[in-house]
Design a binder for this molecule. Structure first.
Ligand code: ZN
Length: 820
């Protein structure tokens, strides 16, 4: 259950092999539970998995979909995809396994109740119970307490779920439907809370159970703290590059329920083969194997490993049999230096096409190894091939992909989700970090007379001149994907024009049509000439839709490509989304290609906007839909002569956090304001940045951690005659309807009396905050700071956010553009 998906076929050295052999004698299991990717204590996980060599798992209830993204503009489920892969990368370093529930990270939550309500308490509990029944942990450890010392509603809720699941997993009356899928009730010995001291919050105490986890592991050449730091540094989207620590580190545990431990978390749990049977002789065999292991000739250990394998095969404990057989098979492969790969150079497996790939094997030892059978899909061959020492053996396979082979979709995104949770029907997929490999070769291999099946995932490989070999998972894709841009189209009700969108047709294979049409059931444009598509050569069409097709209400229209071949007709309506970063395997997922039409009663004033991108957002595209002409700015453009042409200069999110040079441009920007400009700064974080206090606006103000997380939080207008609320659009409370995820973050503070506040808002049971939108008139111009999350609301087409943002960037010195 890990990520075999885009992993280089790896061979480990003799020290790694010896370390893995030692694990054969350890039969203990620990499950760690928290809410998000990055909540987990990688130091403790590394200690348990690599130091004590237990089977160790981390159940993150969510994929971190609602967090911030420091490396790009992906939000929501896309950020969840990135963080899933970052978490898997972390696990490959610290040696633990990764699980998730169906809970969706909907953003910051102040209470356990809110989190459990959004997630669907029973659903998430069922998932935690399922993971426990499958994984069968001896002990369960939570990162957080069940009360508000956890600091975040998701955190306390994760502890509540873990505690309830500890009890429910053992209860045959709870979630009995799971028993149809091969699990039985499971009672973990104890559940404990791994107390912490961070963020000024110390929950550790000297009367708690404590252990030193700072061991140095000679076979790895690293201290636990070093492994943990390397693991944590994989959370790049969260900016968690970590230093590596050495030396003694204490971890503390507070007892929650079960059999109380006083000296060690695994106290009174038998983690030897005796838990399987008292009569087994496996343990001394492994000890002997360790004693006699020859670093210079690991292959010499294979006969002993085969004997151990036979013994394990004879045990009755299905759980440990399966785990230990997998371990011993991997060890046999490693000791023989047996390289197994199945690689394609094709980008995708296309429905209706053929996937060509090559299986290559090399037995880099003198041990007798014979390949007996290869099996994938409907293809089976029985080469009965002796794998001669250090000789590559290869076979090419052309695998037909049927037209109805499902396209590869992350399993939790296959169905429409609920507000706070994913919908997954197949119980067996629940808990998995990612999809199992789409195509795997089953190779039956005879090693010294023992038949072993090895599973080889088919992967894409290409050689990049800069990065070397790059491996990617295989995706099944449709022959053609389509993309309509923009995906949300804001239509100005006051002056509707025909929406023009760009329809891009992306072929994944060669395909020829007599004619095509683009549109939907009500309306379409047909092109009556033969068109040939070639993989890798997308074609774009500019499509003008009659304004009469757009109603007066919000509407999603599916834009479908139909290809006609004689009497046959094929329809394509899937949009492929791709997320590409160097530190994770490329991720794809599919959505139905739709454009959402959003009629908005909108007026704008001014026309030219200069936009300086910060950490990445999709605000500029929204400004263009409003009718503004947007110029993206760079450092060299921040000179008075260039700025003067703009009706507004807008800073992208966190611009002051990512561009150090902005501090030096402060006077130029203020001159622009004084001479009649309109400068708008979207949120910046206050983290480590006391520096900009006096260097953002014309007068000092600070950025706080104040935020309003409820997207429907009550908003009041301080003065409904304020120009910001009246020109060019009349803003009322109705403009704060239908916002998504949250209202705002990093509000301003200490801004009075130089700035005026426009809005006041608060979460339930919290006091009102007045720093979400502040204005300072300076010279002939105006400066605005806003923590309102326009970067979320505008791309989502929230009408009120368009009207308010139009007022914020419309230059009060310009007459309203009547024609726009
Ligand atoms: Zn968290």
């Amino acid at each position: 259950m890990g990520s075999a998906n885009a992993q280089k076929p790896t061979q480990q050295n003799s020290a790694d092999i010896l370390h893995a052999i030692k694990k054969l004698n350890v039969l203990g299991t620990v499950l760690y539970v928290a809410a998000h990717p990055d909540d987990e204590n990688t130091r403790l996980l590394a200690y348990l998995a690599k130091g004590r060599q237990y089977r160790t798992g981390y159940l993150a209830l969510t994929r971190g979909d609602g967090g911030q993204n420091l490396i790009g503009d992906e939000q929501g489920v896309e950020l969840g995809l990135i963080r899933t892969q970052e978490l898997l990368a972390a696990r490959r370093v610290d040696g633990a396994e990764q699980f998730f529930s169906r809970a969706f990270d909907f953003g910051y939550s102040k209470s356990t109740e809110e989190a459990l309500l959004f997630w669907d308490h029973e659903k998430v509990l069922s998932d935690a119970v399922w993971v426990i029944r499958k994984f069968r942990p001896d002990i369960i450890i939570t990162r957080f307490p069940e009360d508000n010392r956890a600091g975040h509603g998701h955190h306390s809720a994760s502890a509540v779920i873990a505690h309830e699941a500890f009890v429910a997993a053992a209860d045959p009356k709870r979630f009995p439907e799971q028993f149809n899928f091969g699990v039985t009730p499971w009672q973990a010995k104890r559940i404990m809370w791994n107390t912490f001291s961070f963020g000024g919050n110390n929950t550790t105490a000297e009367n708690q159970l404590k252990i030193d986890v700072g061991d140095y592991i000679p076979l790895i050449g690293k201290s636990i703290g070093e492994i943990a730091g390397e693991s944590r540094s994989n959370h790049r989207s969260q900016g968690f590059g970590s230093s590596l620590s050495r030396g003694q580190v204490m971890e503390y545990f507070d007892h929650i329920q079960g059999d109380k431990a006083s000296t060690d978390p695994m106290e009174s749990i038998d983690c030897s083969w005796k838990r399987v049977s008292s009569k087994l002789s496996i343990e001394p065999m492994v000890v002997q194997l360790i004693m006699g292991f020859d670093m210079q000739n690991p292959a010499a250990s294979i006969p002993q490993l085969i004997s151990i394998r036979k013994k394990i095969s004879g045990t009755e404990d299905i759980y440990w049999k399966q785990i230990k057989l997998a371990e011993v098979d991997r060890l046999i492969q490693l000791c023989a230096g047996l390289h197994l790969e199945a690689l394609t150079t094709e980008d995708y497996a296309v429905q209706g096409d053929t996937l060509k790939f090559a299986i290559t094997m090399n037995n880099r030892s003198s041990v007798d190894i014979k390949l007996k059978k290869i099996h994938i899909g409907n293809i089976e061959s029985t080469p009965s091939q002796v794998l001669k020492k250090n000789q590559n053996w290869a076979q090419s396979i052309a695998l037909p992909i049927s037209l109805d082979k499902p396209i590869t979709q992350p399993y939790w995104l296959e169905r429409e989700m609920n507000k706070g949770s994913f919908n997954v029907i197949d119980q067996k997929l629940i808990g998995l970090a990612e999809n199992p490999p789409v195509y795997e070769v089953e190779a039956l291999i005879d090693v010294l007379g023992e038949e072993i099946v090895f599973y080889i995932p088919v992967q894409h490989k290409h050689v990049d001149p800069a990065k070397g070999e790059v491996f990617q998972p295989i995706y099944v894709v449709p022959p053609i994907s389509v993309l309509s841009e923009p995906s949300v189209f804001v239509v100005n009700k006051n002056n509707p024009v025909n929406p023009i969108f760009k329809e891009t047709i992306i072929p994944n294979t060669r395909i020829l049509f007599d004619s095509i049409s683009i549109g939907n059931t009500a309306w379409s444009i047909r092109m009556n000439t033969p068109i040939r598509f070639e993989s890798g050569y997308p074609k774009s069409y500019s499509i003008e839709m009659p304004a009469s097709e757009i109603g007066n209400h919000v509407e999603k229209k599916s834009l479908i490509l139909q290809g006609f071949q004689g009497v046959n007709r094929k329809a394509f309506d899937k949009r492929m989304k791709t997320i590409q970063y160097d530190h994770i395997p490329t991720q794809h997922y599919f959505i139905t290609n739709t454009t959402q039409f959003m009629p908005v009663d909108l007026k704008i004033a001014g026309s030219k906007i200069g936009y300086l991108a910060g950490a990445g957002d999709k605000v500029p595209a929204a400004l263009m839909q409003m009718g503004f002409n947007v110029t993206m700015l760079s450092q060299d453009d921040i000179v008075l002569g260039k700025l003067n042409q703009f009706d507004a200069v807008v800073m992208g999110i966190r611009a002051y956090n990512v561009h150090e040079w902005l501090e030096q441009k402060h006077e130029i920007l203020m001159d622009y304001v004084r001479q009649g400009g309109n400068m708008v700064v979207q949120y910046n974080t206050s983290n480590n940045s006391p520096f900009f206090r006096d260097k953002i606006g014309p007068k000092p103000f600070s950025i706080s951690r104040g935020r309003v997380t409820e997207e429907d939080a009550d908003v009041s207008l301080f003065d409904d005659t304020d120009p910001i609320l009246n020109f060019p659009n009349k803003i009322t409370k109705a403009d704060f309807s239908d916002w998504i995820q949250e209202r705002g973050i990093y509000f301003a503070e200490n801004f009075k009396p130089n700035y005026r506040s426009v809005l006041s808002m608060h979460d339930k049971n919290e006091s009102a905050l007045d720093g979400s939108l502040i204005v300072c008139n300076e010279g002939k111009g105006r400066f605005i700071y806003t923590g309102l999350v326009f970067f979320r609301e505008l791309p989502a087409g929230v009408p009120g956010s368009f009207r308010l943002f139009a007022n914020i960037i419309s230059n009060p010195n310009k007459k309203m553009n009547e024609s726009k």
